[in-house]
Design a protein. Structure first.
Lengths: 516, 343
């Protein structure tokens, strides 16, 4: 037979072990962060280092490390001064801004109103290079006709028509100040290889899809960050993020599944912060098919036990909402509640001639895996609807398919959707989701237009906010939208790190510290 | 031999042209027939319907499908893959950064898979009829039954967390920086810059993802090699060798293996192609910044130019592997060389 004996097998095994060991000395394996160094497992990477180019909500936190916005937000999402110390509309089409005078870019040059003008007006006016694309800020700030800079610390924004949301936009997506002189000198391509801003951290190294290394900006106008070295590891897979945390390769893991966060939170030396943020989950409703009648839509809304879904799938951490806005945000009508009421749902359906024996047949679309528990939420809703006499055919779709159908007006009766709004301004909730002219709205109703259009140009802030509260309530009571709950953020971290919970969902290591 | 190999490679290169054209047209067509809107995915707040229409025009999506394809193909012939809708950067730039990582990983995984496959196949054969064969046979079934991405997670849990032997995030330890004269191939860069620490770190970071990929190809190679050896061992020349008193190990290594290796070699070519497909999920799980990771982003955002480019690159790589395997086959199979000379 063969003379391949046990001794030879042992020799082979030992050889294999030696080979394996050869490549992995212990010091190489030591990925755990050293003292004074914070390593974060983050779920998304940047598409580009031009902060004005894309309005991708998932990575705004990363831009905020290197760049500053004219205004910032407190932990409760309310605005606070940043590069801009004071602002006021002097008339509905003029916004005056006072800028700080002690702000330096990472190359040591001073930030002035010229940089502001460049970031919010001049860059948008520049011709798009061959094969290039317009900056996203070109669309956002399209109403800006000029920015006057009477002094290095004063900027006056002129608008073609009132833009009351301009203030909120100054701390929202892609609104970052970039260095005019440096960008014009090196060009966008070079700039994105080694970006400089006025932010709390300076860029050290970036490996696309892998890692971002930053060091504290000791000359930061707001005071140098307490944590001096920050490394962001881009780990998309939630299981891998959990594993990275458990193996101490990262000190902080963002957006881990809630159950995992709860489990890790019970371990010694670990804190799991689970908190609701201003992003919301809702059913985008269309008039198509079975939802043409208000009663059918209202029945569908009354039939959903949102609290039960929150408890079952989000550990009860997702606050339920009755209008398309986060609880306590400026556009949320205080004390208003759209009740879970199966009896009412059954009665409304009965008026239309439907019931469990003769169900109303509709379609419900949902993404699967785009945001936590999306498809499970949709399945739960299907079951809840079934009890009152709505038979929903559930379809899993990609986000791009949702967008295509939204554009073409072919969305089914209901689509489960997640909507981000870190600014928490009501215009970015109902103003975008329900304005029939908005490219994001699913329900195109003539009844909505006259109610929303005046709010989009209302510069009296108190009037604007109370108007949105009424508008949101009106939309819910007519079944133009079925809001479900707020999104939940999970941050798992070692007890050595003290984190700040920002309800806008941002992860800002500049506000973190190490326990002494 | 060199002439025959060159002849073969030229033939393969000519054949590759229509194949690439077909693949590119197919990918192009399928992506555009999907009911998904790449522009809508990247329209910022504040954009109007007119802006949306303008963006469609700027990406050429308002033109007919044949027109779009020909424009894309024309640019491609000039080495221009177009601009990414999602990243707002030239696709070529994205690919040039991601491709070396994937090539390095696949090469390592491929070698690991071949080594495990051949060693395992030889082991199964030499231990035939013993409990060791049953153990190895059982292990091939387990390896085949579990998909690569699950292996990736299991490897992370066992060798990354439970017994933290290997790192599993990215390509390099966080305290190490990339060498300045970077080719993108970190092993090469580390060697060129004489950075032993970098070299070891890169190898350590590749170990688990490469093993996850290797497990995808090794069991099949083991089984095919064992079957081939079982057939070869009954050949006359093996009997002759036994009569001459040659040891069993020598018979297997020197006589049976070279003849039994040919079917395994063919399989290696096929499996090498499949391995690139496996990188998509494996790279995502290991946060490995290669083509697979890029593809995930592109698919999620329906970034047509990137999907098309990556698909085409995958196709070129698979064709390249097949051509190389053909040359190796020619080198180790004297019958093919004789046939080639006669032709």
């Amino acid at each position: 037979m063969t003379d391949f004996n046990r001794r030879q097998m042992m020799t082979l095994g030992a050889g294999a072990a030696a080979l394996a060991g050869l490549g992995v000395p212990l010091d190489v394996l030591a990925q755990a962060s050293a003292k004074g160094q914070l390593t974060i497992g983050f779920p998304a990477d940047l598409p580009t280092w031009d902060p004005n180019a894309r309005t991708l909500a998932a990575v705004q936190s990363l831009y905020k490390l290197v760049f500053d916005q004219p205004l910032a937000q407190n932990e409760d999402a309310s605005p606070k001064p940043s590069l801009v110390t004071k602002y006021a509309f002097t008339d509905p089409k003029t916004l005056e801004l006072d800028l700080r005078t002690d702000v330096l870019f990472h190359d040591g040059s001073a930030m002035t109103s010229e940089d502001f003008k460049y970031s919010f007006f001049e860059r948008q006016q520049q011709p798009v290079p061959q094969g290039g694309r317009k900056l996203d800020t070109s669309f956002i700030w399209r109403k800006v006709t000029a920015i006057e800079t009477p002094t290095p610390s004063k900027a006056i924004m002129k608008f073609s028509e009132p833009m009351p949301s301009a203030v909120a936009w100054l701390y929202f997506l892609a609104s970052f100040v970039v260095p005019k002189a440096h960008l014009e000198k090196v060009g966008v391509e070079e700039f994105t290889k080694k970006p400089i801003g006025t932010g709390p951290y300076q860029f050290v190294e970036y490996q696309q899809g892998a890692r971002l290394v930053l060091v504290a900006n000791e000359k930061y106008w707001g005071g140098a960050p307490k944590i001096k070295n920050v490394t962001i590891e881009f780990i998309r897979d939630p299981t891998a993020r959990v594993a990275a945390f458990e193996s101490k390769r990262v000190d902080v893991a963002i957006d881990v599944p809630i159950r995992e966060a709860q489990r890790l939170g019970t371990q010694t030396g670990v804190t799991a912060s689970i908190y609701p943020i201003t992003d919301i989950v809702l059913l985008q409703i269309s008039k198509n098919g079975g939802f043409a009648d208000d009663k059918a839509r209202l029945a569908a809304h009354h039939a959903i036990d949102k609290a039960a879904i929150s408890k079952a799938l989000f550990g009860g951490f997702a606050p339920t909402i009755s209008v398309p806005a986060a609880l306590g945000s400026p556009g949320y009508p205080t004390g208003y509640e759209f009740k879970f009421d199966t009896a009412k749902a059954t009665a409304l359906l009965k008026e239309l001639g439907f019931g469990p024996d003769k169900p109303l047949k509709i379609k419900l679309a949902s993404t699967n895996g785009v945001f936590p528990n999306d498809f499970d939420t949709a399945r739960a809703i299907v079951q809840m609807w079934k009890r009152v006499g709505i038979e929903a055919e559930l379809e899993a779709i990609e986000t791009s398919v949702y967008q295509e159908r939204l554009r073409a007006g072919t969305l089914p009766e209901a689509t489960l959707f997640s909507w981000g709004n870190a600014a928490a301004d009501p215009e970015f909730y109902g103003g975008y989701l329900l304005d029939p002219k908005s490219i994001f709205s699913a329900f195109k109703s003539d009844e909505l237009a006259p109610k929303i259009q005046p709010l989009l140009i209302e510069t009296d802030e108190a009037k604007r906010l109370s108007g949105y509260k009424e508008f949101h309530q009106f939309a819910a009571e007519r079944g133009f939208t079925i809001p479900l709950f707020q999104t939940v953020k999970t941050v798992v971290h070692t007890n050595q790190v003290v984190i700040a919970k920002h309800v806008n969902g941002h992860i800002l290591p500049q506000t973190y510290s190490f326990k002494s | 031999m060199a002439f025959l190999a060159l002849q073969l490679l030229i033939k393969r290169a000519f054949l590759a042209v229509p194949i690439l054209l077909c693949v590119s047209a197919l990918v192009f067509l399928i992506l555009r027939l999907l009911p998904a809107d790449p522009i809508a995915m990247s329209v910022p707040p504040g954009a109007t319907q007119a802006d949306y229409d303008m963006l469609r025009i700027s990406f050429g999506l308002d033109r007919s499908l044949p027109e779009q394809y020909l424009i894309w193909l024309g640019k491609l012939l000039h080495g221009d893959f177009g601009g990414s809708i999602f990243f707002r950067r030239p696709v070529m730039e994205l690919i040039s950064k991601a491709l070396p990582a994937t090539l390095e990983l696949v090469s390592f995984g491929f070698m690991l898979g071949v080594v495990i496959g051949i060693a395992g196949g030889l082991g199964m054969f030499m231990l035939r009829g013993r409990w060791g064969e049953q153990v190895l046979d059982g292990s091939t079934t387990v390896m085949m039954a579990i998909p690569e991405f699950l292996w990736a997670i299991l490897l992370i849990l066992f060798l990354g967390v439970l017994v933290p032997v290997f790192p599993f995030i990215g390509r390099l330890a966080p305290d190490l920086t990339l060498p300045p004269a970077a080719t993108g191939f970190l092993l090469v860069d580390a060697a060129l810059s004489l950075r032993f620490d970098l070299l070891m770190s890169v190898l350590a970071h590749m170990a688990l993802p490469a093993l996850a990929l290797a497990i995808g190809i090794a069991p099949l190679l083991m089984r095919v090699l064992r079957s081939s050896l079982l057939e070869t061992i009954h050949e006359d020349y093996v009997t002759q060798a036994r009569l001459r008193g040659t040891s069993e190990t020598r018979i297997v290594i020197r006589h049976a293996f070279p003849n039994a290796a040919l079917p395994t070699l063919s399989l290696i070519g096929v499996q090498g192609g499949f391995m690139f497909g496996g990188t998509v999920l494996v790279e995502m799980i290991f946060a490995y910044p290669g083509l697979g990771n890029l593809m995930i982003d592109a698919v999620r955002n329906h970034d047509l130019p990137v999907i098309q480019a990556v698909a085409l690159i995958y196709c070129i790589l698979v064709l390249g592997i097949n051509a190389v395997v053909d040359v190796i086959y020619l080198a180790v199979n004297p019958r093919l060389r004789l046939k080639g000379r006669a032709a």
